[in-house]
Each structure stands twice: as C-alpha cells, then as structure tokens.
Write a protein that binds this ligand. Structure first.
Ligand code: NIG
Ligand code: FE
Length: 413
C-alpha cells in the first residue's frame, strides 16, 4: 500500500541520532523548506524528495495534496498514567485553600482516592476509558505513548491494568503504547510503605515478570512515598527480572532521587523539578534523560522546572504530559505552549523534547525509528493547520493539527 503526500510546507523533521541537546540554533539542520513530497509504503516512510519529482515517478498511487501545510513528527508522550477511573475535581478547592499535595493525600484525596474507583471498574469500563483517552491524545498529535499502571496497588489490579494496556496496544488508528509497571506508586489504603514494599518484592513484581506484560518499571521516589533505599531495592529487582527502568524523582523537594537515577543509569528520571545541579550533571554523565512534566506544576499552581538549565548544560531532556487524575491534559501542543509562551524555550527545542528526545526513552513496538521524519522511520507525522511549523505549539486549548498520519493511515481531525 503506497500513499504520496505532495506539496508540503516546511518539514520540522528532527532526524538524526540520539537526543538533541543544547541550544538548537541552526534551524537549517532540522527543518526542510517547503516543496517536498513524502512517499509512504506499508506504514513506513520510503522516500522524501521534491514533490514534483515524486508525483511524476509514482503515478497511480493515492495522492494527498497538503497545499503547503507544515509537517512535524508524530509526538511521543513518554510519561502517562493512562488507565484509572473516578474523578478528583473536588481537590481543586483544597489546593486553593493552601493544602499541599501531601496534605490532600492525608485528607483522603490523592492517589488512593483513585484506587477504589479503579479497582471497582470492570475490564470493559477501563478499556473504554483507555480508548477515549488514546483518541484524545491522537487528536493532539500523539502517535505513541508510555502508559503506567499504578492505581491498582494490589497484585490483582496492577496485573489487570497492564493486561488491559496490552490489549489496547496495536489497535489500528490509535496511538501505540509502551507499558510500565508502577506498582510502587503509593501504599494502598490498607497497608503502609514498608509492608507494601515487601509485598511488591515477594508477590507483585514476580507476577508482573511472569506474565511479561510490562517493558519497564517505575517507582514514585519522593520523601513521604518511597524513599531512596526502597526505590533502589524495587528498581534493582526489576532490572534483574529484565525490565527497563524509569523513576519519578524530586517532584516536590530534592529527595536524593537524582543520585539514585545516576547510580542505576535509569533510562529516564521524570518530574526532576527540584533536583540539584550536581545530581543533574551526574544523571547526564550516566546517560539518564531528564523527563520534565510541566502539566503538573501547571495544575498545582507551582513554578516551572529549569528547562533552560538543560539547554545551557547540554543535558538530554524531554517533556511529557504526566496525564493523571491531578493533571488531566493529554495535549503535548498545549504543554509546548507552556514551554514556549511561558518559559521562553524555542519552538524547535520544545518540539524536539516531545518527539525525537522522548522517542529515545520510549521505543516504538515496531523497532523502527520514530519521533522524527526520515526515510526508514515509521510513517507517524502531523500535518499542521498552518504554513508555519511553529504553529504546533501556538494554539493552546485547540489541536493545531489538520491531520495525523499514523503508521501510514491518514486521520483527519
Ligand atoms: O506523576 N506523583 C506521582 N504520580 C503522579 C500523580 C498521581 C496522582 O496524583 O494521582 C504524578 O504526578
Ligand atoms: Fe507521573
């Protein structure tokens, strides 16, 4: 099956090897001028060449004339809590009364307030919730997303969440998924962190490994939740079982998670809001990606993490939605607007952070390149509703995309 995109506007292709770091001054390296065509065959980008050249060479294939609209890569959301039920909207008034995230959890809100409705949901409820959220992500240009468990907090429900995630992965015309086990998200209502850690190590993790339903493990390493030693035990046991490692660190305070992330050379250390510069440097030397999650400070009314420090120090970084009951956006373009229009980060650095760089931590199930536009990559790309590629992050509250090509299929928004 061949399909030809003709008359493209500028293409922010971002192709190359490894994450893009530092100031990305030389736009000529990352943007092709208007006038190209893209030939797609069986879901893979086969050729990129001047539009008229491809049109005369490939007659009889389906042609989609883009009329000068710009193209950016399919976006990769490298940190989501996709599957949960319930609604915590009432917590907004507690936030506005000045209660902290921790205090809200102790008042009966927070993660554990999501566990009961999630446990009480049927598999079918959760499947439909997942499909609805994946469609919303796709409307906003996400073509691949990481999806964590973490609202079951018992072996049975954590396994259910991962197994439903696996069922949702690979459905045509929905983003693909990369499954992460986050059993160590909080202690369940009936337990405490030390006892739950034992249960995780003796029962839950072996069951997850046995079923082979997660590619990675994650831990919420933060004072008040899992401390550095507990996180280390869980992550080391996960790695011994063959899982790739991710970690939540320093969301509210510098709790020492950065040094642990560096010591274990985890793939990505996320939030990393209050991490000190020495730990950031150690993380970078150990090849750890910094995964900023700007939706959470947006929802909490907090200030933003130091994106610019990463650019100034050539540290690899990405950003993702952190979609969860406390931060309910699935729109990377909206968060791109937060980086660009509130934090003075350039549109190209912001785009790289949620495409090429996030793809580095979150591989595509096909094994093909993604998060960039080049020959041989999976045909995941977004057609912007503008002749300017920068428009991808300049329409907060709306999808900036006219259409998304997902593994070669055209989805019009
Ligand atoms: O990454 N902080 C830990 N986990 C989620 C929030 C979970 C929740 O509040 O339900 C996060 O922000
Ligand atoms: Fe998270």
């Amino acid at each position: 099956m061949q399909r030809l995109l003709t008359n493209s506007g500028p293409i922010a292709h971002l192709s190359g090897v490894g994450p893009l770091t530092g100031e990305i001054e030389d736009l000529d390296k990352h943007i092709w001028s208007a006038g190209l065509g893209i030939l797609v065959e069986n879901g893979v980008i086969k050729r990129i060449a001047p539009s008229n050249e491809l049109s005369s060479e490939y007659t009889g294939v389906e042609i989609i004339d883009l009329g000068g609209k710009a193209i950016v890569p399919g976006l990769v959301d490298s940190h989501t809590h996709l599957l949960w039920a319930g609604d915590r909207s009432r917590e907004v008034s507690w936030k506005q009364q000045g209660f902290s995230y921790r205090e809200i959890a102790l008042k009966g809100g927070g993660i554990n307030a999501t566990v009961k409705p999630t446990r009480d949901s049927t598999d079918e409820d959760l499947r439909l919730i997942g499909i609805d959220r994946m469609q919303e992500a796709l409307r906003n240009g996400t073509t691949h997303m990481e999806a964590k468990s973490g609202y079951g907090l018992d072996t049975k429900t954590e396994l259910r969440l991962l197994s439903i995630g696996n069922q949702l992965n690979g459905i045509r015309k929905l983003p693909t998924l990369d499954l992460t086990w986050l059993g160590a998200h909080s202690a369940p209502p009936s337990s405490n962190i030390p006892d739950y850690c034992e249960e995780i190590l003796s029962d839950q993790l072996p069951a997850v490994l046995d079923q082979g339903i997660a590619r990675s493990a994650d831990v919420f390493c933060e004072p008040g939740w899992f401390n550095v030693e507990q996180s280390e035990d869980i992550l080391k046991a996960s790695r011994s079982g063959g899982l790739d490692l991710r970690i939540h660190i320093d969301e509210f305070v510098d709790g020492g998670g950065g040094d642990l992330a560096a010591e274990l050379s985890v793939t990505t250390a996320d939030h990393a809001h209050y991490t000190n510069p020495n730990s950031r440097d150690s993380m970078s030397k150990a090849g750890v990606n910094t995964g900023f999650l700007p939706g959470t400070p947006y929802a909490m009314g907090d200030d933003y993490p130091p994106f610019q420090d990463c650019l100034d120090n050539n540290w690899a970084w990405s950003f993702a939605s952190d979609f969860n009951p406390n931060c309910r956006t699935l729109s990377l373009p909206f968060l791109g607007s937060v980086l660009v229009q509130r934090n003075d980060i350039s549109p190209i650095a912001s785009l790289a952070a949620c495409s090429r760089n996030s793809a580095e931590t979150t591989p595509h199930p096909s094994g093909l390149k993604h998060g960039m536009i080049c020959e041989g990559a999976i045909a995941n790309l977004n057609i912007v509703n503008s002749p300017w590629w920068e428009a991808w992050c300049l329409q907060p509250g709306h999808s900036p995309f006219y259409a998304t090509m997902l593994a070669g299929d055209m989805i019009y928004h």
